[in-house]
Design a protein around this ligand. Structure first.
Ligand code: AHR
Length: 509
């Protein structure tokens, strides 16, 4: 019997609600025929798809990063404001696609209000620099009275957009990035841009680019060099990571053979170690600077993405808006996404922002057909339930139980867990994943005094490859587990192989 230890006194940290963020990039069909499709039967007068907005609200997303991603590194924000018939069609170099610029800054802010999310903005530090970042911030955040805010007012937004969080570029360490830079080049530009942006609006939060992933050759050094220059000017350092069932046996993009599903189910281990390393690097710079300030983390791109199946940007034909990386998610993918959310919560003391990349169609929890239906992918469900039921405070958990062997991470605990306590209601939520592919685990949780079991929800399936489609949108949905019991203050549940669980307790009223 595996046993979870949890105590009200062992607090990890408060949950910043921006942990349940997502990401909208001008890429593939995320914007066009995703969130925006004038002429669609469900489109509102602004062209925003109401069916998608409803799903976004149900997903419980709190904050959304925009407009990229790699796209931002060659984006001219001025193209996307003002009368739509005057906006240029332009070649986007990141995804070799024609950008029609019918959706831009003011549309995204208006859409965010309807979706009930906080917009997070990225500025172009690839092909552009300090001037353009400052001008965009002026356009968005200053009251009328000077040229750029006046232009915003003329474009229909009297009140400032009041965007709080700004990302200083995107993945600037990546050779694929337009305007890619060395750590020192980026650090200087980020420092000067941050300094200038703070003079426009001292109230903003700034995110410096960290590494594109933990396997980058510059990982570690990049964060150190960037933070040594920007420590006093920025609030967060970014992390990006995508996980997939890697096919072994061949170097390069196209994997062959059997996918390593055991390591894939252990992906949370990779995310956990990545976060620990970035925290250590940030704190190393803190020590060097004898600073009292603590840099927090913005995990502003994370998800499951079968990158081995992606031909790479240069493999793409120049084309109009068309599908790109529309991964169809399985039950196992949903279990992994659930386990990654557990990891983010376990680091709630340092991770303050996290964005599931992306929101619609492009590696996304929500899928749409152009001129057609919208539906929830499997990964929608653990995200929505975690966003809905994670309480205000994360409590440390320890689990005894079986272990599993993985090629990528070595021997790891089969069960991966966290718990949250909601101060306003006294509710306790236990999140746990069984990462074993073969073992059903009997699991015990001590019930807090005066509490009772509310429900046990789980996501698993005999067919771990099952997916949701437009025709069968509810093939994979969470199930309510009726045979979870409480006796003598102990809750006992059964956790099947490769499964995600949420067990909720509340004070007896
Ligand atoms: O989310 C897809 C892409 O992945 C983003 O544009 C980029 O930042 C990352 O490499």
């Amino acid at each position: 019997m595996a046993r979870l230890a949890v105590d009200r006194a062992f607090v990890v940290g408060e949950v910043d609600r921006r942990l349940f963020g997502s990401f909208v990039e001008h890429m593939g069909r995320c914007v066009y025929t995703g969130i925006y499709e004038p002429g669609h039967a469900a489109a509102d007068p602004d062209g925003f798809r109401e069916d998608v907005l409803e799903l976004v609200r149900e997903l419980g997303v709190t904050a959304i990063r925009y407009p990229g991603g790699n796209f931002v590194s060659n984006y001219q924000w001025e193209d996307g404001v003002g009368p739509k018939d005057g906006r240029p069609r332009r070649l986007d170099l990141a995804w070799r696609a024609i950008e029609p610029n019918q959706f831009g800054t003011d549309e995204f802010v208006a859409w965010s209000h309807k979706a009930g999310v906080e917009p997070i903005w990225a500025v172009n530090l690839g092909t552009r620099g300090i001037t353009e970042a400052v001008q965009l911030l002026e356009y968005c955040n200053l009251p009328a009275g000077t040229e750029l805010p006046d232009r915003r007012v003329r474009n229909g937004s009297k009140e400032p957009h009041a965007i709080k969080v700004w990302c200083l570029g995107n993945e600037m360490d990546g050779p694929w990035q337009i305007g890619h830079k060395t750590a020192s080049e980026y650090a200087r530009l980020a420092e000067e841009t941050a300094n200038a942006m703070r003079r426009v609006d001292p109230g903003i939060e700034l995110v410096a680019c960290g590494s594109s992933n933990a396997a980058m050759p510059t990982f570690g050094d990049w964060e150190r060099i960037v933070l040594e220059r920007t420590y006093d000017l920025v609030d967060h350092i970014s992390l990006h990571a995508y996980y997939e069932p890697k096919k072994q046996g061949k170097e390069g993009k196209q994997g062959e053979g059997e996918a390593d599903q055991a390591s894939f189910l252990g992906s949370a281990e990779g995310m956990d170690r990545f976060i620990d390393s970035v925290v250590a690097t940030a704190d190393h710079v803190k020590a060097l600077k004898r600073s009292d300030k603590e840099i927090t983390l913005s995990f502003d791109e994370w998800n499951v993405w079968r990158q081995q199946e992606f031909p790479g940007e240069l493999g793409l034909e120049v084309r109009e808006v068309s599908p790109l990386i529309e991964d169809v998610y399985t039950v196992d993918d949903a279990v992994v996404v659930g386990s990654l959310l557990i990891t983010l919560l376990r680091h709630a003391d340092r991770v303050k922002i996290a964005c599931l990349a992306q929101l619609v169609n492009v590696i996304a929890p929500i899928r749409t057909e152009p001129d057609g239906r919208a539906w929830r992918q499997t990964i929608f469900h653990p995200f929505a339930l975690t966003a809905k039921y994670a309480g205000s405070t994360v409590l440390r958990t320890e689990v005894s139980g079986p272990e599993v062997e993985t090629a990528q991470y070595g021997r790891i605990a089969a069960l991966w867990s966290t718990a949250t306590y909601e101060e306003s209601t006294g509710e306790l939520a236990v999140f746990v994943v069984n990462r074993s592919e073969s073992e059903t685990v009997d699991f015990e949780v001590p019930v807090f005094a005066g509490h009772q079991l509310v429900e046990h929800l789980a996501l698993y399936d005999d067919d771990r490859g099952a997916v949701n489609t437009a025709d069968e949108p509810d093939r994979v949905i969470p199930r309510r587990i009726a045979d979870t019991t409480v006796a003598d203050g102990i809750c006992t549940a059964t956790l099947p192989p490769a499964s995600w669980h949420l067990i909720r307790f509340a004070p007896i009223s």
